[in-house]
Every structure is written in structure tokens, then in C-alpha cells.
Design a protein around this ligand. Structure first.
Ligand code: NAP
Length: 455
């Protein structure tokens, strides 16, 4: 029998999840020394994952990586199975029949919870719910947001918190140039929100956001910025931490924060940083009316400073709370999952069960390492996994069915509707064609609308 990975017997890999990690993995597999056929499975008709549904619409440059992913989409040994969810439309057992290796790169979409009283109230939402809405995710859980209040509180000090604050402060004219769907721009244009608080449980030095995102706030029209004075009084450990090699972002944005002192009070929008503040409860009669924050002091050595309450609280009247405190992965039937940290247990991309490697099963991206890094981080991460697949090629079980066309026919005969990359490109073209004015595209809001393009 020919060797797996040779031109007579190419290695067949199913990559599950068409976000950045999945596309980088597919690209790296196709550029390897061994011969590969790669099929990319995606639950939605549209590919690109967080690049389409996570990246903020006012960050179009970050979406240009799509051009690179599209080159992979056109490769001869690549095929796309959009609208095909693992666990629902296709099982892990079926994938094992058709592929020698399976790589899971489904990301982390499940929001982490604050776990405080009142989190369930109407008006208290996760970052994921709001981001999916403003990015027109077609499998939306929440189709509308009441933006009639004057104050929103964003909890968390990562880039996601900044994205949400920025979107709430943009003018409709600024949004009109983006790929944000028109009904959503209209809704944001009618918003009454004037003040957005960004509450972080630790200080500015410990914030996870990056300096370009802070500097970008300057471009918001008619917006004033404020910061609580107690947060700017750095102690010796903060000063020491600021000198750390990996704290170059904090070193860059601290001078920006110093400039927030004395900003105009008559601005249309206000963004107010409240550092050293942790939410303890959200209150209201059926819906959010206020949030109570405890005031913290930091303790512990530089590099691992912890927030501790000083026994004081403050209350902010608000109608919306967005918690932006990170994500977890979602488990998939038939794939090992660590409930504690919310990802797939693995060693350098090889999936493990009770510490033992699960032959032929791999992972990359956020579901492998947790929700961290920028889009390009997933290339490095996927590379590590692909090297393991190449190392393992001789130990893999050769799948009995070796035709992607046969799998597609099987899915269709089961009443499923897998779409290929050419189908996706027709949907993509239709979105671009229906855009008006300066908009680069007018996104479809539902899966039905996308599939109707193909009918
Ligand atoms: P993140 O960077 O991990 O930030 C999470 C924030 O939540 C931290 O400030 C954390 O504070 C806070 N937090 C966690 N648990 C909390 C709790 N119980 N109460 C209060 N605060 C809590 O996560 P993210 O903002 O979701 O971003 C995920 C990844 O996507 C990051 O790598 C980010 O850089 C990336 N991203 C990048 C961009 C961009 O490049 N423009 C845009 C969006 C996202 P502690 O530090 O105290 O734990």
C-alpha cells in the first residue's frame, strides 16, 4: 500500500471551523512537504469566523486577511463544507470514515459569566450577544437591543470592552462607511447613550487592552474621556510592573490617560474609565437600572497583582451592562472537552484524553489555547499543530472512504445542504452588489437570506 501523505495516497484532513485558526491550518497543510487534501467544515454558510463576526466593523484593515484565506479557498486540494455543523449535520464518526485526521478549530464563543446577582436582568448582556448583533451574525440569539437609556457600563479591560465602547460612541456617519448592516446602523443612530463607563477590576497597568486601540479613541468625534484619579496614583509595584518587557502597551497608553484630565464636559459622548472597580451586583425592577461596583486596592508582587475590596462601593445608574470578561469554548459531541477551562485538552495540538494522545485528533486556535492573542497568533498556533500532524502521519489510521464528493452526496441525501466555496463566493458577491454609498458590502442577516442567493 502507498504511504499516507504520498501523491498516490494523500493525507486527508477535516478541519472543523473556518475562522482564522482553521484557514491558517488549511493553508499550512496544503503547503507542506507531504501531499494533503483538506476539507474545511463550517457551521454557517459564511466562512472567516471572528474575522467576519468578531472584528469590529470600524477595523476594516483587520478583515483584509480574508484575501489570504480566499487564496486557500481556491486551491485545488481544498474543499469547503459551509452550512455543515459538526455534531448536528455531521458526526465525528462520519468524519473518521472519510478523513485520516481531524483538526478542531471551533474557537471560543461562549461568554464567561460574572456570577453576580442581577446578571440575568434584561439590559445585562454578554459581549458576545452585542458583538454578534452589530456584526450581523446570522445565528443571532438576541435580535434587538434597547438603546434608549443614557448610560451603559462595559465590564472588563480587554480589547473587546474597547470595541463595544467605541461602537456605542461612533456617529452614524462614521458607521455608514463600514460593513455594519444598515438596520443596525439605523438602530445605533437612534441610540440615546451618551456615557459609557469601562470598569476594570485592576488598574490601568494591568489592563489587557493594547495601545493602538486606546489611541484610536482620539478619532471619535465629539467624545470626551475621563479616568478616575485614584487609578492614576501608581504604587511601587505598579511602577515595577510597568517596566516589564511585555508591558510596552501600558507604557504607551499611560501618557494618553494622563491627557484625559480636564476634557470638555459638553461633549456629545463621554467614555469614563473606572479602574479598580469590580461589579458586585446589578439591580433593577425587571430590567437593569443600576450597577454596584466595589472599590479595590491591588496587593501582591508586580506581575501577579490581585484586586481586593477596600469595603467601599459606588453605584452607577445605567440601563445597559455588557460583560466583556473573556470567553470559553463550546463542547462538541465526540470530542474531548475540559469543562474546567473550557477548551480541548491537548499537548501542542495533539488532543489528549486523560493525558493520553487521541490518535488522529488535533486542535488549533482559541479552543486549543484559550481566547488570547491577535488574528496572526493563530498562524503560529496552527503551525505547531500541523507540525505534529506531519510527524504523526505514519501512525494515522487510513480512512476507508476517500472521496469528498461522495461525502457531499451523502450529506445531501440525508437532507443537509453543504455549500462549497464557489457557492459562498456567490453569496459574497451578492452582499457586495447590494451595498449602497460608501459601504463595502451589505451583509445578509439570516442563513435563509444567504441560501436564497443560491436558489
Ligand atoms: P481579555 O483580553 O482576556 O480581557 C478580559 C478582561 O476581563 C480582563 O481585563 C480581565 O481582568 C477581566 N475580567 C475577567 N474576569 C472578570 C471578572 N470576574 N470581573 C471583572 N473583570 C473580569 O479578553 P477579551 O477582551 O475578550 O479579548 C479576547 C482576545 O481577543 C484578546 O487577546 C484580545 O486582545 C483579542 N481582541 C483583539 C482586538 C484587536 O486587536 N483590536 C479586538 C478584540 C479582541 P483581569 O486582567 O483582572 O483578569
Amino acid at each position: 500500500m502507498a504511504k499516507l501523505g504520498s501523491s498516490e495516497l494523500p493525507l486527508r484532513v477535516a478541519v472543523v471551523g473556518a475562522g482564522p485558526a482553521g484557514f491558517y491550518a488549511a493553508e499550512l497543510l496544503l503547503r507542506n512537504d507531504i501531499e494533503c487534501e483538506v476539507d474545511l467544515f463550517e457551521a454557517l454558510p459564511c466562512p472567516y469566523g471572528l474575522v467576519r463576526h468578531g472584528v469590529a466593523p470600524d477595523h476594516p484593515k483587520m478583515r483584509t486577511v480574508i484575501n489570504r484565506f480566499d487564496k486557500t479557498g481556491d486551491e485545488e486540494n481544498f474543499s469547503y463544507f459551509g452550512n455543515t455543523r459538526l455534531g448536528t449535520d455531521i458526526s465525528v464518526d462520519t468524519l473518521r470514515e472519510y478523513y485520516d485526521a481531524i483538526l478542531i478549530s471551533t474557537g471560543s464563543q461562549k461568554p464567561r459569566r460574572l456570577g453576580i446577582p442581577g446578571e440575568e436582568l434584561e439590559g445585562s448582556y454578554s459581549a458576545e450577544q452585542f458583538i454578534n448583533w452589530y456584526n450581523a451574525h446570522p445565528a443571532l440569539e438576541l435580535k434587538d437591543f434597547d438603546l434608549s437609556c443614557e448610560t451603559a457600563v462595559v465590564v472588563g479591560n480587554g480589547n473587546v470592552a474597547l470595541d463595544i465602547a467605541r461602537i456605542l460612541a461612533h456617529t452614524p456617519e462614521e458607521l455608514a462607511k463600514t460593513d455594519m448592516a444598515t438596520p443596525i446602523i439605523e438602530k445605533l443612530a437612534a441610540s440615546n447613550i451618551k456615557t459609557v463607563y469601562i470598569a476594570g477590576r485592576r488598574g490601568p497597568v494591568q489592563a489587557s487592552f493594547t495601545s493602538p486601540e486606546i489611541r484610536e479613541f482620539d478619532q471619535l468625534e465629539n467624545t470626551a474621556f475621563h479616568i478616575n484619579a485614584d487609578a492614576m496614583a501608581l504604587d511601587a509595584e505598579d511602577q515595577e510592573e510597568l517596566e516589564f518587557k511585555d508591558h510596552n502597551h501600558a507604557r504607551k497608553f499611560m501618557p494618553v490617560f494622563e491627557g484625559y484630565d480636564g476634557q470638555p464636559s459638553d461633549a456629545k459622548h463621554h467614555i469614563k474609565f473606572r479602574f479598580l472597580r469590580s461589579p458586585v451586583s446589578i439591580e433593577g425592577d425587571g430590567k437593569v437600572e443600576q450597577i454596584t461596583l466595589q472599590t479595590n486596592r491591588l496587593s501582591g508582587p508586580a506581575g501577579s497583582r490581585k484586586a481586593k475590596s477596600i469595603g467601599e462601593t459606588e453605584t452607577i445608574s445605567c440601563g445597559l451592562v455588557f460583560s466583556c470578561i473573556g470567553y470559553r469554548g463550546r463542547s462538541i459531541e465526540g470530542i474531548p472537552f475540559d469543562e474546567q477551562w473550557g477548551g480541548i485538552p491537548n499537548v501542542e495540538g495533539r488532543v489528549t484524553v486523560d493525558g493520553k494522545v487521541h490518535t488522529g485528533l488535533y486542535t488549533s486556535g482559541w479552543i486549543k489555547r484559550g481566547p488570547s492573542g491577535v488574528i496572526g497568533t493563530n498562524k503560529v498556533d496552527s503551525k505547531e499543530t500541523i507540525l505534529k500532524i506531519v510527524e504523526d502521519v505514519e501512525t494515522l489510521n487510513v480512512a476507508p472512504n476517500r472521496s469528498s464528493d461522495a461525502l457531499r452526496e451523502q450529506l445531501v441525501s440525508e437532507g443537509k445542504r453543504p455549500i462549497d466555496f464557489a457557492d459562498w463566493k456567490k453569496i459574497d458577491d451578492a452582499e457586495v452588489a447590494r451595498a449602497k454609498g460608501d459601504k463595502p458590502r451589505e451583509k445578509f442577516l439570516t442563513v435563509e437570506e444567504m441560501l436564497a442567493v443560491l436558489d
